[in-house]
Design a protein around this ligand. Structure first.
Ligand SMILES: Nc1ncnc2c1ncn2[C@@H]1O[C@H](COP(=O)(O)OP(=O)(O)OP(=O)(O)O)[C@@H](O)[C@H]1O
Length: 264
């Protein structure tokens, strides 16, 4: 895509420094609904190739944060940069680098798998030939190439989730956001989706932000941002957060940080 050829304006001149910039940088972000403050001075980064869990109980502010990153809501206080592009000043460039899997399924069950992918590719302005090639590639990757011409309603919940991930990757984003993507899936399907997204980080260098309230979805080696009542209580690698709180397990670290029982 043409916009990928333009150097991000906020990146530093030294390529070594630029490479060290996180793909997603959130700085001093606050948000209110009326008089109710739901995010308070939130800052963290997600580097390339890192699976980062946004861990918080219901009502922590995870979906609100995603809505600000995807510009469903405008940012009034604080900054969001994606691949160096400031969301306020260069929203088109920033949004072009984001893929999103929403909490609620958004595939059209009456369209085929391929038709759903084509529709998304068209919205992103991809050429037909690119859409066909990339859709074939992504579906092969998730083992669903044979099902391309079947209606989505014939797929299992786990297969649909993987198609949503494939669709979110069609425009080759640098950052993938997933908002509680395993809701409604059984343990085996949850594990498959989680493994698939970890593989995308490893093999494609994708930066991932995965919102969850399920502690067992966060593994050693992952990044974690503990969000509680709109505030970041800890951010870093899982082992760093455990060490900083003197905890043997992440659930214990979460309980110590929040003063509440850990998520499931
Ligand atoms: N449109 C809105 N208007 C007013 N309050 C809202 C709105 N959206 C969310 N809130 C409130 O903001 C707070 C954070 O909600 P949010 O949905 O961001 O949390 P969450 O961590 O995603 O929770 P869940 O896991 O339950 O989805 C909650 O107290 C919620 O009631």
């Amino acid at each position: 895509m043409a916009c990928f050829e333009t150097a991000p304006p906020d990146r530093r001149a030294d390529p070594d420094d630029a490479a060290a910039d996180p793909v997603l940088a959130v700085e001093g972000l606050s948000h209110r609904f009326g008089t109710r403050a739901v995010l308070d001075d939130v800052s963290f980064g997600v580097p390339a190739g890192r699976f980062t869990a946004l861990l918080g109980l219901n009502g922590a502010g995870k979906t609100t944060l995603f809505s600000l990153i995807t510009r469903i809501y405008n940012t009034r206080r604080g900054n969001i940069r994606v691949f160096g592009f400031d969301m306020r000043r260069h929203p088109a460039q920033a949004l072009a680098r984001i893929g999103v899997v929403f909490q609620q399924p958004t595939l059209d069950p009456d369209l085929t798998v391929l038709q759903n992918l084509r529709y998304h590719g068209g919205l992103h302005g991809l050429a037909s030939a690119d859409i066909e090639a990339r859709a074939g590639e992504e579906l092969a990757r998730i083992g669903l190439a044979e099902r391309a011409d079947e209606r989505v309603r014939t797929l299992s919940g786990g297969q649909r989730r993987r198609v949503e991930i494939a669709r979110a990757l069609l425009h080759r984003p640098s950052l993938l956001l997933l908002d509680e993507p395993t809701v409604g899936l059984d343990i085996e399907l949850r594990r498959q989706v989680l493994d698939h997204v970890h593989a995308l980080c490893r093999e494609r260098g994708l930066a991932v932000l995965w919102a969850t309230h399920l502690i067992d979805e966060v593994l050693d080696g992952d990044g974690v941002v503990v969000l509680h009542l709109g505030r970041v209580l800890a951010a870093g690698l899982v082992e760093e957060v455990r060490a900083a709180t003197g905890s043997a397990a992440l659930g214990q670290a979460f309980a110590r940080l929040t003063g509440r029982g850990g998520p499931e």
